[in-house]
Design a protein. Structure first.
Length: 364
């Protein structure tokens, strides 16, 4: 078992290991009397197991089953959870437990942040992406018709239980799309992650018991923990965690959230790498390394050329934008990220042409 501390927005542990459910009551604390366990339809069995385990400790444990994936990140889903909290008389000393992938921990955290202006919550991520990214760092939110994560709050969990046993039943395509977030952390901060992914066969990466996968998970969480601990509310260095995400979020919206987040971020990183060549003289071999690693994982590296106008329009509403200036995270070199303002959209168009393809892209 490994414990990684996050000190941004509080001080809480991210515990990595197996068979960790027994740690949950300790993270919730002694004052909690009622717990709402939020989980998606696809994880009904797991969610009920968590609820029953809490009930057996004497807590009043209530279930809220919500839609899967990005469908969960809707105001109607938040309203449904608020209704349960109100009807069950939840007070500020009660808590929420989120069981699921990144979308589930995002919306459950948002519900926790907004109920009585903030109650305790614990994340139990069940996907690779949730473990290394969404469940850690205190960013919570929902989507709107105008874009992804435009409504949300900074609200840290009391703890995160990263139980790698849950990856045993995770479909391989979800594992590898989620691994795009590990690739991101490798390029912005920890090149050892890139070495591990490059030098490990896919079948070993897909084995939830492999030491290589465990090391990738822990190193990726450590990158996020360091960045978040230094800049909780994204007023400075935390923006580097958005590498590949500006275009990635626009692609997700254009695909009506039918693409996996990691697949969209993979394309976004290719775009950011091309932009880095133009703006910060990023060596061409680093762009090639992006492509090779993403292709090794079976992730897309391009997107439809004819969708540029729609993507540009969405990117103008990105949360990193300041007034009329769009801002992007690019690299000077590996582990040398920088945020740049791009006043000239023709530069963006040129970078996009380098990754544009003529036909619709298939994702894994």
């Amino acid at each position: 078992m490994t414990e990684i501390r996050v000190t941004g927005g509080g001080d809480y542990p991210v515990i990595v290991g197996s068979k960790l459910l027994g740690k949950l009551p300790q993270l919730l604390g002694s004052q909690v009397q009622r717990v709402l366990v939020i989980y998606p339809r696809a994880l009904r069995t797991t969610g009920e197991l968590v609820r029953e385990d809490l009930a057996n400790t004497g807590l009043e444990a209530i279930a809220a089953e919500i839609p899967d994936a990005e469908e969960a990140k809707h105001i109607r889903v938040a309203e449904f959870c608020w209704q349960i909290l109100g009807q069950s008389d939840f007070t500020r000393s009660d808590a929420i437990v989120a069981v699921g992938g990144g979308a589930i921990t995002d919306v459950a955290g948002f519900v926790a942040a907004t109920w009585l202006r903030g109650i305790t919550f614990v994340n139990i991520p069940t996907t690779f992406l949730g473990m290394v990214d969404a469940a850690v760092g205190g960013k919570t939110g929902i989507n709107t018709a105008e874009g992804k994560n435009l409504v949300g709050a900074f609200h840290s969990p009391a703890g995160v239980l990263v139980d790698t046993d849950t990856l045993a039943t995770l479909p391989e395509n979800e594992l590898f799309t989620g691994m795009a977030e590990a690739v991101k952390c490798g390029f912005i901060a920890d090149p050892t992650i890139l070495d591990l992914i490059e030098n490990t066969p896919k079948d070993v990466l897909a084995n939830h018991e492999s030491p290589e996968l465990r090391q990738i998970i822990e190193r990726t969480i450590e990158v996020k923990a360091r960045v978040v601990s230094g800049d909780f509310k994204e007023s400075g260095t935390r923006e580097i965690l958005n590498y590949g995400h500006t275009l990635g979020h626009a692609i997700e919206r254009n695909e009506r959230y039918q693409w996996r987040h990691g697949a969209a971020v993979a394309v976004g990183m290719m775009f950011a790498a091309e932009l880095g060549v133009m703006l910060k003289n990023l060596p061409a071999e680093v762009v090639d390394r992006h492509r090779a690693i993403l292709e090794h994982l079976g992730l897309p590296t391009g997107y439809r050329s004819d969708r540029w106008p729609q993507l540009l329009d969405t990117m103008k509403r990105d949360k990193k934008a300041r007034g009329n200036l769009m801002r992007f995270v690019v690299l000077r070199d590996i582990a040398q990220p920088v945020v740049v303002e791009v006043p000239d959209t023709s530069l963006l168009f040129t970078a996009y042409q380098a990754i544009g393809v003529d036909s619709p892209v298939r994702t894994i």
